[in-house]
Design a protein around this ligand. Structure first.
Ligand code: HEM
Length: 124
């Protein structure tokens, strides 16, 4: 199978495949399945997010930190490792090697900053 392109269509297909795996994962699946009522909308939002990150399209307008903060009681820091592992698997299987590395690198940085925002507070 040919690799997906790093364009809006390819990123949408990547996001769809990734969240199918996330939903089936024993640790991550229940959190997402409980939190997300409208999956088509979530998948469109995440495709817009990755389009903004990788293609600087400006398509995503949102606030990831408060969105994750709402679920702080269920998101343990170790789950970020699992999320990144599934992202690595999915990008490796579906993208060219160079694109997979770029997507993994961006995800790792974003995961790091989300964790700092969620779990590292000077005042508690
Ligand atoms: C939204 C869980 C890691 C990007 C969400 C939502 C959940 C979630 C439950 C829906 C929030 C809501 O509307 O109620 C998790 C878990 C993670 C994780 C359990 C890892 C342990 C990441 C990472 C990224 C990311 C690493 C980016 C690289 C986003 C974005 C949204 C989102 C862009 C949409 C925020 C918005 O509503 O604008 N996530 N997430 N997440 N997540 Fe994550």
């Amino acid at each position: 199978m040919a690799a997906l392109e790093m364009d809006d269509e390819g990123l949408k297909a990547l996001v769809d495949a990734f969240y199918a795996r996330v939903r089936a994962d024993g640790a991550l699946g229940p959190i997402f399945n409980d939190a997300i009522a409208d999956w088509p909308e979530h998948l469109d939002k995440l495709a817009a997010f990755w389009s903004s990150v990788m293609l600087t399209s400006g398509r995503y307008k949102g606030q990831p930190v408060p969105a994750h903060m709402k679920h702080k009681d269920r998101i343990a820091p170790a789950l970020f490792g699992r999320w990144l592992e599934l992202w690595a698997q999915t990008t490796e299987e579906l993208m060219t090697p160079g694109a997979a590395v770029a997507l993994q690198d961006r995800a790792a940085r974003i995961a790091q900053s989300l964790q700092l925002a969620m779990f590292f507070r000077l005042d508690d």
